[in-house]
Design a protein around this ligand. Structure first.
Ligand code: GAL
Length: 675
């Protein structure tokens, strides 16, 4: 399928999921809501997300009047509609008449009707019915002036369905991938435990002891979800070719390869629900959230959309602590700082019943505007209006972290000497933190990235499943003078999860100039340290016994049995340099290593002074201006020394060249002309 045209918003959006279909019996609510939306400075609503049963109450019987009314109201009140296809949740009549649309569990039991996001993604009936309703929506609203973009389905997920249709589709998918059953057996190493298959039809995705099978099952589910998305969105592309399309992603741990969706959506959008105020401080939560924002910005190298966030609490966590004063504005603008052009919420009006009746909402059951939450939302709307010149601006990064979904699946499903706390994502986020703390912008790419030449440094932790193409891309990059940091647990398996003959780091041996003998698993009774630049650092979790070949050893482990074994090496490969870090290291080591490397590569830092703990800066650039988002994730006020800078606060145009005060959970947005 052809890739879709990218789309950039002309102005910041501020709004929410508006589930008006829940309020059809309360006509006064519609009128009141539109008054309140204007008061809250909203200019967009995402509508129709789970409204299939209201749009098609019986098979083939459609009722669009309420949606007509809603879209007309939006338009007449100057708001835009992000119109959803309603297929994220199925109507009861559909499950009852066509049980095949419900998923089948591992015991062969068909799930009863209920919940949401749980249709069978292969079912021909579900596909057919989705196309019908989506086509009707597109035909009816193609010229409606409120229609801004399509929001297809909702938060696709990777849940299992073991129905006959899915199994057959999986077997066909495998046939296409491997060609012959012999190739498949070889790729999955099925001689082990007598798991050899002799026919495609014998293959079922139940056997957790065949890692290649499990990995392919995850890939299949991801591909099949993409295929479902492309199928259900076909009428939208045909009938409204100029209307942008998005699907709202979640945190990247749902086992979908979101990178494969990126070429087929006009803009990336995602739903962000950090767990604020749960830890001693919010620093790590802020770092992790920033990493996710950067991941989604990097997917299309253009601004993304914050499609959902909670204006207050969620109601699906063990505990969810209401946002402290300042946090709503800070977390909303954090998304903007990292490249979002929207701030949107779930949901506009709190439901009276149902699963999310006590989830945070802009208008809560008390139905008043003097609430902390409503006033906080209103303020964010005002702030976005004041910052409107920033919409559409870009982010420039000289640093990239490689974080790859297939690699994560492989790390998690392969049985190692350590099977807990492998923490691939966490390791990537910890490297990311080094840059967050200094206010240096970072891109996140995956192993399908073909060109890294624009970066001064590439950090690729734990490249367990090392695809040959990324090895090639890295070689090209390093040859020309690039700097790469990679770590323990790299180059273990190929694309099908088979260990490389000759051991780890597989094809990376050439780049790293080392080979790996085995791994010490560390815990409180088996500890390890290493000395680097005369300082002692602790290793945790993994410490590999490596041997340097062409690499120079720049640090050694201290404790038997790894005493005097290399812990960090540097290999000069043509014009570039490759660092290999053989163990999981502390944040301090990551910082110090980068500092040393940075003396040579000099990463651009728009605020080169030290930042206080918990404070960060992110920049966006547009039309000759650089915008600085200075964020304080501390519960106490702090200050930044701005001597030597000539920056102006965006909304007041006041010159800031002295102390910059930051409130608790405070944010200031400044700008200057770029040289
Ligand atoms: C999202 C979902 C919304 C709502 C929200 C609550 O994941 O898309 O429909 O359920 O969570 O936090």
């Amino acid at each position: 399928m052809k890739h879709i045209k990218n789309f950039r918003l002309p102005n910041f959006l501020h709004g929410a999921d508006y589930n008006y279909e829940q309020w059809l019996e309360y006509p006064e609510i519609l009128e009141q809501d539109f008054t309140l939306m204007k008061e809250a400075n909203c200019n967009v609503m995402a509508v129709g997300i789970f409204s299939w049963a209201k749009l098609e109450p019986e098979e083939g019987v459609f009722n669009f009047e309420w949606m007509d009314n809603l879209l007309d109201h939006l338009h007449n009140n100057g708001l835009k509609a992000i119109l959803a296809t309603p297929t994220g949740s199925k109507p009861v009549w559909l499950s009852k008449k066509y049980p095949e649309v419900c998923r089948v569990d591992i015991n062969g039991n068909r799930e009863p009707h209920g919940i949401r996001h749980n249709h069978c993604r292969t079912s021909p009936i579900y596909r057919e019915k989705s196309i019908i309703i989506n086509k009707k929506l597109a035909e009816r609203y193609k010229d409606h002036p409120a229609l801004l973009m399509w929001h297809v389905n909702n938060e696709y997920n990777s849940g299992d369905c073991f129905c006959k249709n899915c199994l057959e589709a999986f077997q066909k998918w495998l046939e296409k991938r491997y060609g012959t059953i012999k190739n498949l057996n070889r790729a999955w190493w099925t001689t082990f435990w007598s798991h050899t298959y002799s026919d495609w039809k014998e293959i079922e995705p139940f056997d957790k002891s065949v890692q290649g099978l499990m990995l392919d099952w995850k890939r299949f589910k991801s591909d099949q979800t993409l295929d479902f998305f492309l199928t259900e969105s076909e009428p939208l592309r045909e009938i409204t070719p100029d209307t942008p399309i998005t699907v709202n992603f979640m945190e990247p741990d749902v086992e979908l390869d979101y990178w494969s969706f990126a070429p087929y959506v006009s803009t990336i959008s995602w739903d962000c629900y950090p767990k604020w105020h749960r830890e001693k401080n919010d620093h790590m939560e802020a770092v992790k959230t920033a990493f996710y924002h950067d991941l989604y910005r990097s997917m299309k190298d253009q601004p993304f959309m914050l499609m959902e966030s909670s204006p207050n609490v969620t109601n699906w966590q063990g505990i969810s602590i209401p946002k402290k004063d300042g946090m709503h504005e800070l977390s909303s603008l954090q998304a903007i700082a990292h490249g979002s052009d929207t701030v949107q919420y779930f949901q506009w009006r709190q439901s009276r019943g149902g699963e999310e009746q006590y989830h945070g909402a802009v208008v809560t059951h008390c139905n008043r505007t003097e609430t902390r939450v409503f006033q906080g939302v209103k303020k964010v709307g005002e702030v976005l209006n004041n910052l409107s010149e920033i919409c559409g601006s870009n982010t420039d990064s000289e640093v990239v972290i490689l974080y790859d979904f297939h690699n994560e699946w492989s790390i998690n499903l392969t049985q190692h000497a350590r099977n807990i706390d492998k923490d691939y994502q966490k390791e990537c986020v910890e490297y990311y933190k080094t840059f967050w703390e200094r206010g240096i912008s970072v891109d996140i790419k995956d192993f399908s990235c073909k060109d890294l030449s624009r970066y001064k440094i590439v950090i690729a932790p734990m490249m367990h499943l090392l695809r040959e193409d990324i090895d090639k891309t890295l070689k090209e990059y390093v040859k020309k003078g690039g700097v790469l940091i990679t770590t323990f647990l790299s180059g273990y398996v190929d694309e099908t999860n088979l260990s490389y003959i000759g051991g780890a780091p597989g094809p990376l041996k050439e780049l790293t100039g080392i080979w790996i003998e085995d791994t010490e698993i560390l815990n409180e009774n088996n500890t390890q340290t290493f000395t680097y630049n005369s300082k002692i650092y602790e290793s945790t979790h993994f410490a590999e016994r490596i041997h340097a070949e062409s690499a120079e050893v720049i640090s050694y482990f201290n404790t038997p049995p790894l005493k005097n074994c290399p812990s960090v090496t540097l290999n000069r490969f043509e014009k570039g340099q490759v660092y290999f870090v053989a163990s999981r290291t502390s944040e301090q080591f990551k910082r110090d290593l980068f500092n040393d490397i940075n003396r040579e590569i000099n990463i651009t830092n728009h605020y080169p002074n030290d930042l206080p703990d918990g404070v960060t800066i992110r920049c966006r650039e547009k039309e000759g201006y650089r915008y600085y988002f200075v964020m304080n994730f501390n519960s106490y006020p702090t200050q930044l020394n701005m001597e030597g800078f000539t920056l102006y606060e965006v909304h007041t145009n006041n010159l800031i060249n002295n102390e910059l005060d930051l409130l608790p959970y405070g944010i200031r947005v400044l700008k200057n002309r770029m040289n």
